[in-house]
Design a protein around this ligand. Structure first.
Ligand code: ASP
Ligand code: MG
Length: 437
């Protein structure tokens, strides 16, 4: 069994839902994971924001306009009166749930409950359409098996047990459909796996059922070797090692959510990134095999802040880094890049939530300098230190660009450069020209 996940734009209109239905039909008994139709999660968040801002009128207006959109979708998607009626009732129930939820605006789980309806609606639409086409799909509600534990982490043994049970109870299905993104928390409240979390759902399901492959379907031909929004002539990368894909997903390649890699990697389940617009194209295969001695791709991550701590006390001292890191730990701030010298250390963070307090405490150690609005450029590939010339190539490409930090040797898979945000496009283009030309 394969897991096939389709994102919001892939199911973003009645026509696109029909395309996906054609794509998944006749491919065997697979598990189909769907996101909400594009725009829906944002609209639902807007609705909960309006409720939180104590503007129930605006919330009601937004609910009605979203509901109207869906009544148009149902009309266009389904042909028989019977199917339309049935689906209208199901969707109306979801909107009534939303209206009911906003009647107790003080609930801390309000937003989670509201946004969950997006995936519930899209899966019901697909299910209804498949049935109209004579496909016996079975809809497995994600809330019946997808759950996080008391630390907010997916509870894989629970997920596996309950999902496999559901599959056993429904052996007659042509295929299974379920919602991405949504889950229950350890207390049984509706929760979710964070924005973009449907990829994570797909990967967790893949691990839970030991799927033969996890397919992530989007609108681009696999993971590209550079960011196509800034660089012309980028090409899809055919093969990536899980570690390479993890670096790229974290450092800005929007196509795959970073959390998705781990469950697949641990269970050695290949992940394939495919394009709904070109279903026969090979896409990108991510697995545990390393295609050696080459640079695969370049990615960039914006909104980075660099912090430099310079201290005479670091000279010949031990325990200095520990003390520095403890401050970041105390304020629950993850560090991305680190470089050190004998008299100082530079680190980067991607959120400034607790920066003021962190900096205040860091002053104990010496002078602290902050550089805002920076970008990490990440070069990914088989960069085993024994391979010669790759660092030189990357550095040479950046010869005209001021570089604030360089990090290399932390893994065998990447070199990271910290530069000013304004130099990003130039850096990405220069790297493509030097490395992939
Ligand atoms: N619908 C959710 C979002 O927009 C989850 C997803 O699409 O992966 O974030
Ligand atoms: Mg996505």
């Amino acid at each position: 069994m394969k897991v096939m996940k389709f994102g919001g734009t892939s199911v973003g209109s009645p026509q696109r839902i029909k395309n996906v239905a054609t794509l998944i039909s006749g491919k065997g008994k697979n598990m189909i994971v769907l996101s909400a139709m594009s725009g829906t999660t944002n609209s639902l968040i807007e609705i909960s924001e309006a409720v939180k801002a104590d503007d129930p009128q605006l919330a009601c207006k937004l609910i009605s306009s979203l509901e109207e959109r869906y009544s148009g979708v149902i009309e266009e998607l389904l042909t028989t009166q019977d199917a339309r009626e049935r689906t209208r009732t199901i969707v109306a129930d979801f909107f009534n749930d939303i209206r009911h939820t906003i009647s107790s605006p003080e609930s801390p789980l309000l937003e989670k409950q509201i946004v969950a309806r997006g995936e519930m609606i899209s899966t019901n639409l697909m299910h209804a359409y498949l049935h109209e086409c004579g496909v016996n799909s079975v809809l497995l509600p994600a809330l019946d098996f997808m759950r996080t534990d008391e630390h907010g982490e997916p509870d894989l043994p629970y997920i596996s047990k309950h999902l496999n049970q559901l599959l056993e109870e429904n052996p007659e299905a042509d295929m299974y459909i379920t919602q991405g993104f949504i889950c229950l928390d350890h207390e049984g409240n509706i929760h979710n796996l964070e924005r973009g979390g449907s990829d994570y759902t797909a990967s967790l399901i893949g691990a839970a059922i030991m799927a033969e492959e996890i397919e992530i379907w989007t609108d681009i031909d696999g993971m590209h070797n550079n960011d196509p929004r800034f660089v012309d002539g980028t090409k899809p990368v055919r093969n990536l090692h899980f570690e390479e894909a993890a670096e790229l997903a974290y450092f800005g390649a929007k196509i795959l959510h970073p959390t998705c890699i781990l469950p697949a990697k641990i269970n050695n389940i290949p992940v394939r990134l495919l394009n709904t617009m070109e279903p026969d194209a090979p896409g990108t295969l991510i697995d545990n095999n390393l295609r050696s001695a080459c640079i695969k791709a370049v990615a960039a991550k914006d909104n980075i802040t660099a912090i430099k701590i310079k201290s005479g006390r670091m000279l010949l001292a031990y325990g200095f880094l520990k003390k520095v890191f403890e401050i970041f730990e105390k304020y629950e701030t993850a560090i991305d890049m680190i470089t050190t010298s004998e008299v100082g250390v530079s680190v980067t963070v991607d959120n400034e939530r607790n920066l003021d307090r962190i900096v205040e405490e860091l002053h104990r150690f010496g002078t602290v300098t902050i550089d805002r609005n920076m970008t990490i450029i990440c070069v990914v590939g088989d960069l085993e230190w024994q391979n010669r010339g790759f660092e030189a190539k990357a550095l040479d490409a950046l010869r005209d660009i001021p570089v604030r930090m360089i990090s290399y040797g932390g893994s065998n898979y990447n070199i990271s450069f910290l530069i000013k945000a304004e130099d990003k496009t130039r850096a990405l283009r220069a790297l493509s020209a030097e490395i992939f030309a």
